[in-house]
Design a protein around this ligand. Structure first.
Ligand code: FAD
Length: 594
């Protein structure tokens, strides 16, 4: 089986030439140390960990799985050492505040590490990823005492984190949460059941910090009544030492399609008198705090999709080079399947989708960094609006393309792809969860059209489209890139039309936004990806003309961008047609006709 090789060249190109990391480092004093040399050495070390430490455990973890025995969760051999390597390398606290032991680096630098580790072993990677998301929520909302007591241990990776939202009756609809939190002095006692909790229990770390959504007495109905609590697995004494076992226990593990090496737990809280919990943020306003974590995690899930897709692409290329079937177009010789146009179509689809979404995701990461630290408040507002617009797109489109790319990987392998020993079926199984957790893609799409487009009257979308139009004009001035400019222009126009249609129809037809939301999300994904690939083509053309940079890499980038423009960007018209069709045929059948 071919080893995973982190795509450091493409990551570097995207960060420096497309996402604007050098501009971020120049404009924001907090990130001034993020020079190309520093970033290069971080990427190099992250790639080494991914390639040499995390990736070799991927297949073993899938086969061995996890087990709950005598109340303890056991994970595959090697995972504890790999986790230690990640923690000791300071990777968990990459973005954390230096005040608590974090490295204060931007999202733009942590995003590639998330991608690489998910590619290397997504079941493993979900564990440190949860901590990165939690750090921001704790920094923003926990009391100074809780921050001082917990954050240094979380940032150092010494203690792991979970995110406990889901209950049997409360999935997408968190208003239905029933876990109770009863006040006892300066803390609460929690009672309830949480299901599907990723890395809900394990022995990788001596303590686990559970972030739990629950309802306190007299909570207003709906999501406004939810509060957030920090519930440690082991209580922490005033001296910082670990004390008694808290009343939160794993009662079973889920048997899943994929992510076999990540324990997905049912957790019981309060079966023995109540789990001690500490309020994070204000009472009844816990969902807002949890959203800080969820937004980081949503970007993280998009990056998981991109990572798994990249690994699947690499595996498919290696197989296509080796597998000899059929003859060359002139019939003269037997050839490896990589020579067949249809196999090249599959490989290029995999490659182009992955590279395009990587560029969109890293751009969103830089938007988040500017939104946090830019000096000008108007600039912060604009960057935040862009990051918020792109977050559901990166999560939704990134995870959807992972389905397509991993399926194409199986297809490239023919029958061998369907056989577990080949190893590629695992990518398909592992990727399948990415469209579901952290809010299903249906929910991402509603977030996009509702909160991110309708609520601001389409302002953030128009801002994005107008930036795209500037690059469309630049493409049209270069004879070799002019067809790409025309294709991008058509896609921008139809997206603008769909945005106006949405704004016009949403108030008149209460089913319109829900009916078109998913296709709208895919439309924005395809167009934004096309824009980023077109920008990559502009950079590659300029550098090739000036004889700068790595010519084979730049020529390949240009060819991949052309493929995207010719074969993937036209999908924008299909998604747009579905948006324009509205809710009519979707709502036509009576319920009993299904
Ligand atoms: C492997 C795994 C790991 C997980 N890890 C965690 C974790 O660590 N912590 C945690 O809290 N949860 C976790 N989850 C739970 C996950 O986040 C939920 O499964 C997910 O949010 C969907 O909730 P649900 O399963 O109840 O589906 P439902 O909410 O019942 O949804 C079913 C279908 O209906 C659609 N739907 C629901 N409501 C609407 C609506 N209003 N409009 C349109 N469509 C709608 C959905 O899109 C979906 O297609 C995990 C789940 C799995 C399988």
């Amino acid at each position: 089986m071919p080893e995973y090789r982190a795509p450091v060249d493409d990551i570097r190109f995207v960060l420096n030439e497309l996402a604007g990391l050098p501009q971020l480092a120049a404009a924001v004093p907090q990130y001034s140390a993020t020079t190309p040399d520093v970033v290069d050495s971080i990427l190099g070390e992250a790639a080494r960990l991914a390639n040499e430490v995390i990736s070799p455990l991927n297949r073993r973890g899938d086969v061995t799985g996890v087990e709950l025995r005598d109340g303890k969760v056991r994970v595959p051999d090697g995972f504890a050492d790999a986790y230690r390597a990640v923690a000791e390398g300071g990777w968990v606290g990459l973005r954390g505040e230096p005040e608590f032991g974090g490295q204060g680096l931007p999202h733009a630098v942590s995003a590639p590490t998330s991608e690489m580790w998910a590619a290397a072993n997504v079941a493993f990677a979900t564990c440190p990823e949860l901590s990165s998301g939690a750090i921001e929520a704790l920094e923003a909302y926990a009391t100074p005492e809780l921050r001082a007591q917990y954050l240094p241990h979380v940032l150092s990776g010494e203690w792991a984190v979970t995110m406990c939202l889901t209950e049997p009756q409360a999935g997408s609809d968190l208003a239905l949460i029933q876990t109770r939190a009863e006040p006892r002095g300066d803390r609460f006692r929690l009672f309830g059941r949480k299901i599907f909790i990723t890395w809900g229990d394990h022995e990788l770390t001596p303590n686990i910090v559970h972030l739990v959504l629950a309802k306190a007495p007299n909570a207003p109905p709906g999501v406004r009544g939810i509060s957030l609590f920090l519930v440690p697995k082991y209580l922490v004494g005033a001296d910082g030492k670990l004390g008694a076992r808290n009343d939160i226990h794993p009662v079973s593990l889920e048997h899943k399609l994929g992510l076999h090496a990540a324990p997905t737990c049912v957790l019981a809280l309060g079966d023995h008198g109540g789990a001690e919990g500490f309020l994070v943020g204000k009472l009844h306003e816990g969902l807002a705090c949890m959203f800080t974590m969820m937004n980081c995690m949503r970007l993280g899930v998009g990056l998981q999709g991109i990572g798994i897709a990249d690994r699947a692409y690499q595996h498919a290329v290696a197989y296509a080079r080796e597998r000899v079937q059929g003859r060359s177009a002139d019939g003269k010789e037997r050839v490896a399947i990589i020579r067949h146009p249809d196999v090249r179509r599959m490989l290029l689809t995999m490659r182009a989708l992955t590279e395009a979404c990587r560029a969109v995701a890293y751009a969103a990461a830089v938007n988040l960094d500017f939104a946090r630290h830019a000096e000008d408040p108007e600039e912060r507002r604009r960057q935040l609006a862009r990051a918020e617009l792109l977050t559901p797109v990166v999560k939704g489109w990134g995870s959807e393309l992972a389905q397509e790319v991993t399926a194409l990987c199986v297809q490239t392998h023919g029958g061998s792809g369907y056989i577990e020993e080949t190893g590629v079926a695992q990518y398909l199984r592992d990727a399948r969860i990415t469209t579901i957790y952290e809010g299903t893609n249906g929910i991402q799409a509603l977030d996009l059209v509702g909160r991110k487009i309708l609520r601001d009257g389409g302002g953030a979308l128009e801002d994005l489209l107008s930036e795209m139009r500037t690059d469309e004009k630049a493409l049209e001035t270069d004879a070799t890139l002019e067809p790409m400019g025309r294709a991008l222009g058509a896609a921008i126009r139809v997206t603008g039309e769909c945005g106006r249609l949405l704004l016009h129809n949403a108030a008149k037809d209460q089913n319109f936004a829900g009916a078109v939301a998913f296709n709208f999300l895919m439309l924005i994904g395809i167009v934004t990806g096309g824009w980023q690939m077109a920008r990559a083509a502009l950079v590659a053309t300029r550098k090739l003309k000036a004889k700068q940079g790595d010519a084979p890499f730049l020529r390949a980038k240009l060819a991949t961008a052309r493929f995207y423009s010719d074969h993937i960007l036209p999908r924008a018209q299909t998604y747009a047609s579905a948006v324009q069709a509205g809710s009519g045929s979707i709502m036509e059948l009576e319920e009993d006709q299904f």
